[in-house]
Each structure stands twice: as C-alpha cells, then as structure tokens.
Design a protein around this ligand. Structure first.
Ligand code: SF4
Length: 327
C-alpha cells in the first residue's frame, strides 16, 4: 500500500453514470490497491467558473455524498477539499516560478477549452496556469500514479516535466508520477450527446428507480427504427453503444443485435434488457445514498483534510528546505 494515487474532480454536484463509469468505478478499484487521495478540485472550478462561484459549496457536498454512496470509504481513502489544504497554493506558486509559459501554451486542452467555453473570458492567468496547480496537487502527495482519461494524459506529462525540473534545480524530492490510463467507456446521455449535467441528458446515481426507467426508456436510438417494423443497426444506436455494450451479457448482446437488425425486437423491449442491469447496479448505491446526510460528507471531508494536510505540511517543509526559503 505504499503506492500513492492522487485524483481529483471538479465539484459538479450530483454524480451521473458518466462520472461513475469515467472515474468513480476506477477509484473504487484503486481504493483496495493503493494509498488514495481523492480531492474535490474546487480551486480548479474557479479557473473557468470564477465569475459564478455560488454553487461550488453545495456541489461539493452533493458530490462527496455520491462518492460515499458508491463505496468510497473515508477510512481507506483520503477524501478532501483542495482549498482546505492551503499548501497546494504555496506549491502552485513555487512550481509556477520554474514552469516555462510555452509549456502551458502548448497544452492541447488550453486551446480546445478556450474555444469550447467561448461564452466566458478564459484569457486569464489562472486558466493558463491550471496545469501547474494540477502538478502541485499531484506532487504534494508524491504520487506514484494518476488515473486519467486519455485527454488528460498531457497534463501528467507536464507534471513529470515540472517534477524533473524541480529535482534538477534543487534536489530530488518528487517522484515522477505515472499515467494510469483508464479505459473509460464513453457514456452518452439520453439525447445521444455526451452525458453531461449541462445538456440535461444525464441519469444520476441518486435518481429514483422510476426516473431511471423513464429516462432510459426515452433515450434516443438508431433513427432508422422510426417504426416498429423498420430494421436498425445497433452500432448506430446511442442506447446500445453506451448501455447494452457495457451492461449486457454476450448472449443478450447477440439477441439485441439480431433482433435490431431484423426488426424482431422493439426498441422499448430492447432497452428493458439493459435497464434491468443498470437498475441492479444502481440499487445498492441508491440505498446507501438514502442513509447519508450532509453531515456525513462534511465529516468525511474534515477527516480527509486532516490526513492530507499532515502529508502536505511535510512535503512543503522539504520543498522550502530545498529552495532555501525557510519560514
Ligand atoms: S432495437 Fe435496441 S439496439 Fe436497436 S435501435 Fe432499438 S434500442 Fe437500439
């Protein structure tokens, strides 16, 4: 258990199946294998949402409640709020001193996100520098690995470069973290676009069973199947691509594929096959979530913050010593 894993998520509030399959399930698996630090990246949220921060606090609590409901255990994983461990800000500042701006400008998500989020001004110092903050988040705990999707891999490479530069200038303090590429299935929302809170197309972990049923029964399918007798193609069906493929047994998949292509099965009947599996997976999460209250999330965060801070204070003492900046 000496291997340290660090991962964070912006406070997006209630978690949906996209969050679950994209990160939380993987975190759960890591919880038994490594010393895990999972944090609410509330300062990161400010890099894009600085003009409207009002929901960050409530979203933090909602998100952590869902983390607990899926089985993240505050006794085994250190669950904390980034902004509660101020050492992150100090390390961010110090690493910023040695990070060349071109390293940040070439970050592929920098340009991409600025284009995607064209409704806000992201020509800010904080937004350009957020990979340095990420590096501080990870290096603070001397992570062995960081689980990320493929789009985040360049950030870990940048973290390694920053660690290397620090170690070379001063003395070797930081291990270079590995990228733990996670095979994250792309979960589509009920309208066929990427599942996202902002598209209003998400199935939430805490949705009551009847609502899950309603949402998935309405989910878009292959448009060729406009009428019951029209054959379709499962690989053009968002419901199949996201849910059947993920949840159904090989036998069920055969039945679905053949039934779809021959119009032997209707879409509603076909969806019922996967809805049963989704409900079975969500049921224990819903049950646990129903027993949790805001105080449980706050207690988990408090406990985790204490533990995270103990490590962070130790790391920062080493960093200051290496730099010769003693306070
Ligand atoms: S039959 Fe099933 S796989 Fe085919 S379009 Fe309908 S829901 Fe999708």
């Amino acid at each position: 258990m000496d291997r340290v894993v660090v991962s964070g998520a912006r406070p997006t509030g209630s978690q949906h199946l996209g969050n679950y399959h994209g990160a939380l399930k993987n975190w759960l698996a890591l919880q038994g294998e490594a010393r895990c630090f999972f944090f609410v990246a509330d300062w990161h949220a400010l890099t894009t949402d600085y003009a409207a921060p009002a929901t960050i606090d409530a979203n933090t609590v909602e998100m952590v409640l869902d983390w607990l409901a899926v089985g993240l255990d505050p006794e085994r994983s250190t669950i904390f709020r980034q902004s509660a461990v101020k050492e992150h800000a100090e390390l961010f500042l110090l690493l910023g001193m040695l990070t060349p701006v071109p390293w940040l400008e070439r970050n592929p998500t920098y340009k991409e996100q600025r284009e995607q989020l064209a409704d806000r001004d992201l020509s800010t110092y904080g937004f350009l520098g957020y990979p340095v903050l990420q590096a501080a988040d990870v290096l603070m705990y001397k992570a062995w690995a960081v689980p990320v999707g493929v789009d985040q891999a360049p950030h870990i490479e940048l973290t390694r470069e920053i660690a290397r530069r620090f170690n070379a200038y001063y003395r070797p303090i930081f291990p270079e973290p590995q990228t733990l590429l996670t095979a994250t299935p792309k979960i589509l929302g009920t309208d066929g676009r990427k599942m996202s809170k902002s598209y209003d197309n998400a199935v939430y972990l805490a949705d009551p069973a009847a609502q899950v049923e309603r949402k998935l029964a309405r989910m878009v399918t292959d448009p060729r199947r406009a009428r019951r007798n029209d054959p379709g193609e499962p690989t053009d069906c968002p419901a199949y691509l996201s849910f059947h493929r993920l949840y159904c047994t090989p036998e069920e998949l055969l039945r679905v594929e053949e039934g779809c292509r021959t119009a032997g099965i209707g879409c509603l009947e076909c969806k019922q096959i996967m809805i049963r599996h989704v409900q079975a997976e969500l049921e224990p999460i819903r049950a646990r979530r129903a027993t949790l209250e805001q105080a449980d999330a706050l207690a988990a965060l408090e406990q985790g913050t204490e533990r995270a801070r103990t490590v962070a204070v130790r790391t920062m003492a080493e960093v200051r010593d290496a730099l010769g900046v003693r306070t």
